[in-house]
Design a protein. Structure first.
Lengths: 85, 153, 153, 85
């Protein structure tokens, strides 16, 4: 079944997430079906405290949303709350 | 009409020279400067980080939205990354239009949207030596700065 | 915090250098440029005339009002007099503040009040050779331009 | 009676008013009691078409209003509708 598929993706972390994860990118083998599921998994692993609603996700350098399905080989970028200006 | 991320000092004069046009009667510019305090904390310096490809794409989209919503002639924006000291220019937005109302409204729209949507992050270095990412719930590490109100300007 | 009338070209850079302050996180500037049309008429050049003592007093009063209404750090204004060509800067207003909302609001307040209260008059020279004082019911002489909406920007 | 007093004042004209009057200043002997009365007199003489409500008056280099009383020797400045910016 597709929902049980295990894929390899690259997770990239920025700003506070990078510091909390201790790395700017890592290879992840996951059963997560969506970007949001993957965030849940990684937030638990690295102690990310920010709610998904305040953060953003991009897949392969395009802004995406948390319900977007993941496929093998995707590069998933996790953006903590922005603070430009 | 373009949005840039720059790791070298912003040059407001060079940017403003892109705005003139014989049809333009109004020019409004906004500059965000690093100030010495944020919500009561004394700030020494700031560090900005961006994801450049998406920051440029999103910033350019915001400029295009402004051009659609308001009757403007031209609009440009640039955001600095790297370490900045008090008084340094962190962001510049400039708009020209036939009439001043559209120039003010568009300039404000652009900076408001940049602050909420463009993937740029700000780490504040406080006088006491601590540092923290603005707007982030940083959990165990660093200073907790969880307020939506925390903004440079 | 001062308002000037100038018979020589406005220097926005020199004026903007008066605004920085360690407490200021936002800077908004407005420039009014001579544009090539007004309400459908092709404009070649403009001539501005002011009554300098009252213009300076009234402009300075407007800046003080802005400082009282909005939480700003500094504000300056300058208006040009004499003959101006397309693209020339007729008026400059600059405001710095801790936060951008106050800087935008104060800058807009100042230029709106300048246009309505400061004794400065504008004569437009049209492409066909005619000329007229903007906003004035000129009766027999000159082109009639009686619209409140006639503004450079 | 004070209201019948005749005084000498200087009227100064700016912009459109100057062009319509053909001079930037003139000495006026008048029975006008207020700045508004004087404007009415001079508007008729020079063909000023602008309503008082759109114009401004200053007396001795201070902005004033149309109900202000005039005295001998005043310099009265007539400002047509302003158009800065």
């Amino acid at each position: 079944m597709a929902s049980d598929a295990v894929i390899d993706v690259t997770a990239r972390y920025f700003a506070a997430f990078r510091e909390q994860a201790g790395t700017d990118a890592e290879r992840v083998t996951t059963g997560a079906a969506t970007a949001g599921d993957l965030y849940g998994e990684l937030a638990e692993r690295h102690g990310f405290a920010d709610a998904r609603g305040r953060c953003k996700v991009a897949i392969n350098d395009e802004l995406s949303d948390w319900t977007a399905p993941l496929k093998h080989g995707d590069v998933v970028l996790f953006f903590p709350p922005v603070a430009g200006g | 009409m373009s949005f840039r991320i720059s790791s070298t000092p912003i040059d407001p004069d060079e940017l403003k020279r892109r705005l003139p046009d014989a049809h333009a009667g109004a020019c409004v510019t906004f500059e965000g400067w690093v100030r010495d305090h944020n919500e009561g904390d004394a700030v020494n310096a700031l560090e900005y980080e961006a994801h450049e490809p998406i920051a440029v794409a999103e910033g350019t989209k915001i400029l295009a939205e402004a051009a659609q919503r308001f009757d403007i002639v031209a609009a440009y924006g640039e955001h600095r990354v790297g370490r900045l000291e008090i008084g340094d220019c962190a962001v510049w937005v400039g708009v020209s239009a036939a009439h001043r109302g559209a120039a003010f409204d568009a300039c404000r729209y652009i900076i408001d949207e940049i602050k909420h949507r463009v993937p740029i992050w700000k780490k504040e270095h406080y006088r006491g030596g601590a540092a923290g990412w603005v707007n982030c719930a940083t959990g165990a590490s660093g200073t907790r700065r969880d307020s939506e109100a925390a903004e440079t300007q």
